[in-house]
Design a protein around this ligand. Structure first.
Ligand code: TXA
Ligand code: MG
Length: 409
């Protein structure tokens, strides 16, 4: 088999995967690994001690269930049909449990990929109860990241994995982000470079009628609606814009999340630039901190950034912010203090996330983290329109949680 050849040739990659797999099978400390969405913090989903290690390392509330990651439908089949314990009264009449057919069109189209489905947890399940937080269901996905699937395959266990950030922080899209949050708490990070998608998987529940989206993510509602049985899929998360009154059904959606240290101020996509400038100025004057470092995260509507240099109101307090930074994740240009005692801003950092939605999703968490590293006090973010499609809705869902609210000026 291909992996056997790989193993024989003992490349650094194959050795790293072997080591991580061995660690996952035997240690109670979780292992961080890349996926196409964000980095995950993995543990053998069948061992309680190892799953508890995830909650401990992340300091995650224990009522927030984890997603199970599989490498194949065969592995999922085994999870759904646990072999009966020898001598158990039911062993004779074993019932075969399969994936509910409503999911078939989704799995054909989106697996492997950023889609998590909710399934009934069978009696006698091999999953540690900590994975499901004692719910009757479990969430499962097959990642499209080859490295992730290979790790699961070599470990030969389903891996429970939340995002590999410290609880409440933005999700990690690089190994460095994971190291920043969790060093000293875990022993091993598999580095597979930056995650492609940048926001987490879409979580859907097809066990209810009509089916529901529990968390927006890499696969959008319009794409789901094209699938048979999913035409009337409902939205069961509340991010403040949609008319949803119920309590969020994915337990994780009720927690503070994606929050950098800095205060985040989110402007609605249709906000006008003059209004934003006025708001920023007033905000800086009102707040108690004497001098501020600020960050600006632009998406597409402010081609010159805030145009601070030419702005009369802010000219005395802010130096020009380079409008030349167009590249995703380019290092921001520091702006020197004006020297005037009335100066209220020390440094302004300007990030342009690129002008299409997938670039916005890809760079979002990294930008929030980078600005935190630069010790900014406030981050002003230019929102994008939910109507720009599903990934845009997922980006705005994360931003609203980071900011608390969204404003229109
Ligand atoms: O893209 C992703 O999904 C990433 C990567 C690592 O795969 N994982 C991830 O996991 O985002 P986490 O733990 O940060 O988020 C899991 C979400 C939470 O909102 C949780 O409440 C929900 O899925 N969830 C898990 N199991 C559930 C269940 N049985 N019923 C309802 N919601 C569930
Ligand atoms: Mg998370």
């Amino acid at each position: 088999e291909w992996w056997a050849d790989e193993k024989k040739s003992q490349t650094p990659e194959s050795k790293a995967i072997e080591e991580a797999a061995q660690f996952l099978r035997t240690s109670d400390l979780p292992v961080a690994f890349p996926t196409e969405t964000v980095y995950g913090l993995g543990a053998d989903a069948t061992r309680s001690a190892s799953v508890r290690g995830i909650y401990r390392a992340k300091q995650r509330p224990s009522d927030n269930p984890l997603i199970v990651h599989i490498d194949s439908l065969e592995m999922l089949g085994r999870l759904l049909n646990p072999s009966p314990r020898p001598g158990s009264p039911n062993s004779a009449k074993t019932r075969h449990m399969s994936i509910p057919p409503i999911y078939n069109p989704l799995l054909e189209r989106f697996w492997p990929g950023p889609l998590t489905i909710i399934l009934p947890n069978p009696s006698g399940s091999a999953l540690a109860p900590e994975v499901t937080s004692n719910l009757m269901t479990f969430g499962v996905r097959m990642p499209s990241s080859v490295l992730a699937r290979l790790l699961i395959h070599v470990t030969d266990r389903p891996l429970a994995a939340p995002s590999a950030n410290a609880s409440t922080k933005p999700s990690p899209t690089t190994a460095q982000h994971v190291y920043h949050d969790l060093h000293g708490r875990i022993d091993l990070i598999l580095d597979g470079g930056a995650s492609g998608v940048g926001v987490e998987s879409t979580v859907v529940d097809g066990l209810c009628d009509p089916p529901a989206i529990l968390r927006p993510g890499g696969i959008g509602i319009e794409e789901l609606r094209k699938c048979a049985g999913w035409e009337n899929v409902t939205v069961a998360y509340n991010d403040g814009t949609l008319d949803v009154k119920e309590v969020p059904r994915a337990p994780g959606m009720k927690y503070r999340h994606y929050s950098p240290k800095a205060r985040v101020v989110l402007f609605e996509a249709s906000s006008n630039l003059a209004g934003v400038k006025r708001h920023v100025q007033k905000d800086l004057q009102d707040s108690a901190i004497g001098a501020h470092n600020i960050g600006i995260v632009r998406t597409r509507n402010w081609p010159q950034g805030l145009g601070l240099a030419s702005d009369e109101v802010l000219a005395s307090t802010l130096q020009p912010v380079s409008s030349a930074i167009e590249n995703l994740l380019s290092f921001p240009v520091p702006v020197q203090e004006t020297g005037s005692p009335s100066s209220r801003t020390k440094l302004a950092y300007d990030y342009h996330l690129g002008s299409d939605t997938s670039a916005n999703a890809h760079g979002l968490f990294a930008a929030l983290r980078a600005l935190d590293e630069l010790d900014v006090d406030v981050i002003y973010v230019e929102g994008i329109s939910d109507r720009d499609g599903d990934l845009a809705a997922a980006v705005m869902n994360r931003l609203r949680k980071a900011a608390g609210t969204e404003m229109k000026v």
